[in-house]
Design a protein around this ligand. Structure first.
Ligand code: MIC
Ligand code: SF4
Length: 637
């Protein structure tokens, strides 16, 4: 029987296990990427493992999140990342080079290879035919140390694309339509493999817009075949030698199918406060807009921004709209400048930001109170923009620029004749802007600023978890809810005692104080707990405050792995309705000596016994018993 594309890459990297959906497998990792906001912890963890040099084919450390230097903290982190990269043989991409996912696509992604990144949008590289997966920093550090990556063999869903996008309809509309159909949990335990005749009409950056937002489906990854279009892209990046053709066999089997005829797709947008709250742009047309932001790893490619520039040429942004543009990489920004497109943006009244995540992670450009902001980003979780009551819509660059001109949500098809932006024959690549490791890394001194605190150490798991329910939350709690980002909190990513003070700060500002007063306890959540970002801090900070277990109806993949890595026991209600039987403030006791048998939560406040279960494999139970992965990894490496 033939193989699908995902199986082909997994077979070539399989270290252990059977490729049956749900079975635990390990795969070797060819490349890793880290970004600064998760990278400082990842490299502290790597250092704690005591290795000499990374064992991957390629590892890159990007600085793209914490680029606002309002104090010494971020600059200290950048210096630490630069020196620790040099010390361990990692390439370093300094601030200003661009967003990790965009730069990785341009400079390093290779079809058929595996990539593990400490950022949930790592599957962006799936647009190039890579098997690219997001993970917590510790799992990425282990991969850098040469360890295989553990995952549960995902179900592979074929997404059959046919037809061709109509003018002004774009790749963003494709993935928004998939999100509308499947929701933020529709991809859990799955990899989406795109194929069909519709693929040909999509450029690599367009494919990557789609694989990028597969993260919002909760998917493990998303991938496109590597075809003539992939070859053209790599050729234009001066890397044709990295190309190999890659496609599913004709007789390949899939665990699910979805068909989408691109021809009939319309411009779409996601309404507050979830990327799956999707409607047609026509249904929202006319809503007044205060701010439009074009950028992020989803929509800031050369083609996206050239099209925006062509629309803005000779025009003026609506006087009541603030238009902000953050090009995805230095390559994009430089080429906009070379082709005079930057002039069009500036003259139209746009504010140009450096190539970085910026407003996508609340690093500046927070909207006004109650303001309506139309963004080309991938997440519109409440409060993520930095303004708690802002109204954030997600859409394509085309819809965004049409709305910036009109001052209200506008269907881009009203802009008239389509604008074609061909892929350049050659991109400007700025080869020397990425710093290679020196020839004698062992001589490098790793420099730590005062904001970089040592990793906290945790004892092995005790036989009993006893304490209060510190907080009870509902469905789809994001890691932004658990540990927010933004300009105030992000600089503390290397300082766990300091950042822990902000745990759940948007939902419940007294959480950290209460957790400390009560000497820790447990968290109760419902479905899809921990969706969104890969930040380990959302597991590590609660653990630092004494949280020993999280009890839910279900977990998001990366957050679940992070909880286990830091010794927090993830438990599941055997009967989801029992969620109602437990309240914040209740005192509970859970016996966890034997995680292989039935687990019972004694609610000492109500007197009820609640049966719990889990999805832990023996390997993960060993990690929990040891008090976390680091306690184990150090010995075994
Ligand atoms: C995000 O988009 O939420 C982030 C910020 O890129 C995160 C990583 C982080 O929290 O540092 C992600 O997506 O994993
Ligand atoms: Fe950066 Fe936003 Fe992409 Fe996260 S989603 S990597 S914050 S641009």
């Amino acid at each position: 029987m033939g193989k699908n594309l995902v199986e082909k890459i997994i077979v070539a990297h399989l270290k252990s296990g059977e490729m049956e959906p749900g079975e635990e497998i390990t795969i070797s990792i060819d490349q890793t990427l880290t970004q600064d906001a998760t990278g400082t912890l990842a490299y502290l963890e790597l250092e704690a493992m005591g290795i000499e040099r990374v064992a991957t084919e390629l590892s890159v450390s990007y600085v793209d999140h914490n680029t606002l230097q309002t104090g010494h903290e971020n600059a200290d982190d950048h210096r630490y990342l630069r020196t620790v990269a040099a010390r361990y043989g990692v390439l370093f991409s300094p601030p200003g080079n661009g967003i990790c996912h965009q730069v990785h696509l341009e400079r390093f992604g290779v079809p058929g290879k595996t990539l593990l990144g400490s950022d949930s949008h790592t599957p962006t590289a799936g647009g190039l035919g890579m098997l690219a997966i997001g993970a917590g920093g510790l799992d990425v550090a282990l991969a850098m140390a040469g360890r295989p990556f553990y995952l549960f063999m995902p179900a592979v869903v074929r997404v059959e694309l046919s037809g061709r996008l109509a003018p002004w309809v774009s790749a963003k509309d494709v993935i928004l339509e998939v999100l509308r159909k499947l929701s933020v949990t529709g991809g859990v335990g799955k990899i989406f493999e795109y194929g069909g005749t519709g693929v040909r009409g999509l450029s690599v950056p367009e494919r990557s817009t789609i694989t990028n937002m597969g993260a919002e489906l909760g998917a493990t990854s998303s991938i496109f075949p590597s075809d003539a279009g992939t070859r053209r892209f790599l050729h234009a990046q001066g890397r044709e030698g990295d190309w190999t053709p890659l496609a599913a066999d004709r007789s390949a089997r899939y665990d699910g199918e979805l068909s989408l005829d691109l021809t009939y797709l319309e411009p779409m947008l996601a309404l507050p406060h979830s990327p799956d709250n999707v409607r047609k742009v026509t249904e929202e047309a006319g809503v007044r807009v205060n701010q439009v932001v074009i950028g992020s790893c989803t929509n800031s490619s050369y083609q996206d921004l050239m099209r925006v520039a062509e629309v803005l040429k000779g025009r003026r942004v609506h006087p009541e709209v603030e238009l902000v543009i953050a090009p995805g990489s230095r390559q994009v920004l430089h080429m906009l400048a070379q082709r005079r497109a930057l002039d069009y943006l500036i003259a139209a009244g746009a504010r140009i930001l450096e190539s970085a995540c910026g407003p996508c992670i609340g690093m500046g450009q927070a909207p006004s109170s109650g303001g309506v902001s139309v963004r080309t980003f991938n997440r519109n979780f409440k409060g993520r923009s930095g303004t708690p009551d802002a109204v954030i819509y997600l859409c394509s660059a085309e819809t965004a620029v049409a709305s910036a001109l009109a001052g209200e949500i506008t269907d881009p098809r009203s802009l008239g004749e389509a604008i074609q932006v061909p892929q350049p024959q050659r991109f400007w690549t700025g080869e020397d802007l990425i710093v290679p490791p020196p020839p004698h890394p062992e001589k490098v001194e790793v420099i730590r600023g005062p904001n970089i605190k040592p990793l906290p150490k945790f004892p092995p798991l005790a036989g009993e978890i006893k304490g209060a329910v510190l907080i009870k939350v509902g469905d789809n709690i994001t890691t932004d809810d658990i540990l927010p980002a933004g300009a105030q909190i992000l600089p503390l990513r290397s300082n766990i005692p300091a950042i822990a003070e902000y745990t759940f700060s948007q939902l419940d500002p007294s959480f950290a104080v209460r957790a400390k007063e009560q000497g820790g306890g447990v968290i109760v959540g419902r479905a899809n707990y921990g969706q969104g970002s890969s930040r380990e801090h959302a597991a590590l900070a609660p653990r630092y405050l004494g949280v020993r277990a999280v009890i839910t109806v279900g977990f998001a993949r990366i957050h679940l792995a992070n909880l286990i890595n830091f010794g927090v026991v993830p438990l599941i209600f055997t009967n989801p309705d029992d969620y109602e039987q437990i309240e914040q403030g209740n005192q509970v006791v859970i016996q966890v000596q034997d995680l292989s048998g039935e687990i019972v939560l004694q609610n000492e406040t109500s007197g009820l016994s609640i049966p719990l279960t889990h999805c832990l494999r023996p390997r993960e139970i060993t990690i929990l018993r040891a008090g976390g992965t680091l306690n184990l990894a150090k010995d075994s490496l």
